[in-house]
Each structure stands twice: as C-alpha cells, then as structure tokens.
Design a protein around this ligand. Structure first.
Ligand code: NAD
Length: 489
C-alpha cells in the first residue's frame, strides 16, 4: 500500500513493505523476518524489507533452475525482444525510478535522473550483442574442422552494492538474461527500494516467472547463502575488496566461475602542460558526483610540481562552491551519504586526513544542514604516499592531492596502492598520454577525458580491484560456457 508522503520531497508510491520475488510471486521473509529500510536524510525507517537467508535462496535457486531450460531454449532474437521491452518498461518509469533512487541512496535527484536511461541502455545493448554474436569455427588443413558451441552457464548469482543500485543491477541482469541464464539477485541491504520496481518491469516486459528471482537481506545471510549454494555455478559480484576476497575463498569449495568488480583508489595524473580548466572540471566531477560513492572516482590527484599550488588552490575553490543539499532538490550537486555507518566511516577518514595532510577545503558538515549524512566536499593537499587517505578507498566526497616531479614519479605514485580499477591522465603531449596510460596498473584509463563509458569495451580492474572483465562480448563470455567440437573431415 502506498504511504502518504510526509514531506513534499518524499516520493509518492513508496512501498511500506518490500517482499522477495521468487518464481514470479511476492514472498515474505521466512518466519516474518524483516529489516528496516531508511533514507539518509532523516535516518529513520520508512519501510520494511523481507530478510532472506538460506530458505529463500534455496527456493529462489529452485525457481531459477526450473525456469532455465525454457529461457535457455529461446532464440537470441526472442530473448532480445523481451530485453527491448524491459528497456522500454524501465524508461517508462524513469521519474519514479529517479525519485526512489534519490530517496533511498541520497544521490542528487539531478544525477539519479540519468540512471534509468543507463539501465535501459544496458538491456538494449546486450540484446543487440547476442543477436549479432557469431560462434567461432576453425579448419585445420583439409582433415579437421572445429567449432565452438556456446551455452548459457545456468543459474547466475548476482550480488550488487548500494551505489547506483538499480543501474548496477541492470549491468548484471541484462547480459545474464541475454546469454540465456536465469538469475538470483541479492541487492544491497541499505538500498533495496529501486529493486522493488523490477517485478512489475520484468512482468510487463514478458520475462517468464522464475527467470529473475530477487532475495533481499544482509550479505552475511542472504548473500552468503547464494555464494554457498551448489546450484549456482557462477557469481557476478560488485562490492568492496574485503567482501570480494571473502567470496572468492567461500566459493572455492564449488569452484565457481567468478566476476569480481571491486574497490578502487584511482589516480588522476595532471601534467603541467594539461588544459588545467578541463582537468579541474573533470576532477570535480570525477570525485564529487554521485556523492563520491563511485568505484571509478578519481580520488587521488597527482599534479606536476610547476602547477601544483595553483591547481590545488583552484580545486579547493571549486570544492567550496559545490552545492551540498537535500537529494530531492534539483540544484543539489552532492547529496546525503547513503547510511550513518558509511557516513561515520567517511568522517573517520576526514579526521585521519587532518593528521596526515593539509586540509584545504571542506572537512565538515555544511552549516545549513543540521541533520542527515552531509559532508562538504573535502580536499587534502600534500598527501604522502603512505598516508591512509592515499592508500584506502574512502568512497565519499574526499580527494587526496599530491605533487610529482617527473613522468616516472607520476607513474610510480599512480601505481603505489593495492588497487587498479581506473586512471585518468591529463596532458597535451599525446605520446606521453599514451605512455602513461600503458604504464599505469589499471583496467581502464581515460586520457584528457571524463569517465565516459562505451558498453562495448571491457570493464574491470587489476590487482585488488577485481577479477575478470564484463562489458561487450566479455559479459557474454562470462555468462556462457564454450564447448569445442572437433570433426574429422
Ligand atoms: P559490500 O562489499 O559491503 O557489499 C556488496 C554486496 O555484497 C551487498 O549486497 C552485500 O550485502 C553483499 N555481501 C556482503 N557480505 C557478503 C557475503 N559474505 N557473501 C555474499 N554477499 C555479501 O560493498 P558496498 O559497501 O555495498 O559497496 C561499495 C563497494 O563497492 C566499494 O568498494 C566500491 O568501490 C565497490 N564498487 C565497485 C564497482 C566496480 O565496478 N568495480 C562498482 C560499484 C561499487
């Protein structure tokens, strides 16, 4: 039952209860178990969600197993048609989706409004990929012919984080379904609201019952049960490196196929010959948009010595001007951090930073916002490479700035963390741009560019930032098994 909005900024149609969705039916938590769902402005519960564990995961895997043969047997074109309809159903709800996402996660509404389009594009794109995809064939002289048969891998376990939750769920659902897998999705427990829209979206699009199953709950109970389930041969996980390591260890007993999209501490390398205005725009966008809760955030800015002081001063000025405010306000650029626990963690890093480095902007709650998980965008300068705020992922609107003297030192500093997700290089020397891009240890590099995605390209990280790649045909590779058939001619 939709509740009555308590303030003008509360979206209409908020559910009071978010059930699981298993085999095409709404399912309550076993023994009536629930957990609180809060918003990050009032930090008070506005809904209850079903709390899942092994019983729901067993039931969801059974539903996905039952639906698998029928879904896998559809032609690529038939599945693609359903995925196109899913994209349309997502876009038709774009305003509701943006309002739900902003309310639940604290993302500025203006930034949440892009999420439906990105999610819809994931469905259209992966529908196109499978329709266009061929299978390989090889001929060994005149005596042997070999060809690859690609089959969907089975029931895929999808585990997702709380930052841009709906979009990241679509990033896994779309290729898994396109490839012919059925799925069990375990959304992040801090942000289950937008996932409550999937059942009506998928039903409207004609996705058969049991093809997608959603079990809410904590990572320790619902997530772990999915990781441990022998009927789930592959897991696509996006989340922190600590949880990722744990999942890799747990899933070893069943030798599951894994895709791990983990944390980052991505460097932005700014050379003195760069277009500094463009680099500043990009740094501000890269670390403060989406509240800084972005895996590819450029959270370490390395600046060549001759422009270091000027760049740091201008970055601090920009940070002070960023509009922090209620997520529902269209003028807001940084909203409320997702959860009081995460907020406390980010504030701890600010305290650590004050001892380790020079605070040049932010560091406090904005004076006009007495309640809610708000932090003024924060810039630390002169950050040493062994400082915790240089090494550890903060996942909030906090950036560490450090100087370098030459290209070799820039690369060394860029590579001086356990992470290797993304990197950004700013220079007007095109050869140097490519050299640095090749030398940096990361899965993705942007030269003189914002973080703009092309869905055809591989997405993922090296070192502690992940295992494997998704995106384009890489995703389809992940969700399928390849068998080679050799024929004597
Ligand atoms: P998290 O690791 O705490 O949780 C992610 C998901 O894992 C949640 O659904 C959680 O319930 C589940 N989980 C927790 N313990 C589990 C267990 N034992 N077994 C199974 N599932 C378990 O991460 P988070 O705090 O939700 O998300 C933030 C992190 O995600 C950051 O580190 C960020 O960099 C990373 N991230 C990475 C990418 C990427 O593409 N590389 C994208 C977005 C976010």
């Amino acid at each position: 039952t939709p509740s009555t909005p308590s303030t003008p900024s509360t979206p209409t149609g908020l559910p009071e209860y978010i059930p699981h969705w298993i085999g095409g039916e709404e399912v309550p938590g076993h023994d009536g178990r629930t957990f609180d769902v809060s918003d990050p402005v009032s930090n008070t519960p506005y809904a209850q969600a079903a709390a899942g564990g092994p019983p729901e995961i067993d039931r969801a895997v059974a539903a996905a197993e039952a639906a698998f043969p029928g879904w896998a047997a559809l032609s690529h074109r038939e599945r693609a048609r359903i995925l196109y309809r899913t994209a349309d159903a997502v876009e038709a709800r774009h305003e509701q989706l943006a309002q739900f996402e902003s309310h639940d996660t604290g993302l500025p509404i203006a930034q949440a409004r892009g999420q439906a389009r990105r999610a819809a594009e994931n469905f259209r794109y992966f529908a196109d990929v499978v329709v266009a995809l061929g299978e390989e064939a090889f001929r060994r002289g005149g005596d042997q012919f070999s060809y690859v048969v690609r089959t969907p891998a089975g029931v895929a376990g999808l585990i997702t984080p709380w930052n841009t939750p709906f979009m990241l769920e679509s990033w896994k659902l779309a290729p898994a379904l396109a490839a012919g897998c059925t799925v069990v999705l375990k959304p992040a427990e801090w942000t289950p609201l937008s996932a409550s829209l999937w059942p009506e979206i998928l039903t409207e699009a004609g996705v058969p019952a049991g093809v997608v199953n959603i079990v809410h709950g904590t990572g320790e109970e619902a997530g772990q049960a999915l990781v441990d389930h022998p009927g789930v041969p592959l897991l696509s996980f996006t989340g922190s490196t600590v949880t990722g390591r744990h999942i890799v260890r747990s899933s070893a007993q069943h030798l599951k196929t894994l895709s791990m999209e983990l944390g980052g501490k991505s460097p932005v390398v700014v050379f003195a010959d760069a277009d500094l205005e463009a680099a500043l725009d990009s740094v501000v966008f890269g670390v403060f948009s989406l509240n800084g809760e972005r895996c590819t955030a450029g959270s370490r800015v390395l600046v060549e010595r001759p422009v270091y002081e000027e760049f740091t001063r201008r970055l601090a000025e920009r940070a002070e001007r960023v509009r922090v405010g209620p997520p529902a306000d269209p003028a807001t650029e940084v909203g409320a951090l997702v959860h009081p626990e995460h907020y406390a963690r980010v504030l701890d890093y600010v305290d650590i930073g004050r001892k380790e480095a020079r605070l040049v902007a932010g560091g406090t709650r904005p004076a006009h916002l007495a309640e809610g998980n708000y932090l003024q965008p924060t810039v630390f300068a002169d950050v040493a490479r062994d400082a915790r705020i240089f090494q550890e992922e903060i996942f909030g609107p906090v950036v560490a700035v450090a100087p370098f003297d030459d290209e070799a030192e820039a690369v060394e500093l860029a590579n001086a963390t356990q992470y290797g997700l993304a990197a950004y290089v700013w220079t007007s020397d095109i050869k140097r741009g490519h050299r640095v891009a090749h030398a940096v240890e990361s899965g993705m590099v942007w030269i003189n560019s914002h973080n703009v995605r092309d869905l055809r390209t591989p997405f993922g990280g090296v070192k502690a930032s992940g295992l494997g790649r998704e995106g384009g045909a890489h995703s389809i590779d992940f969700y399928t098994e390849s068998k080679i058939v050799h024929v004597a001619l």
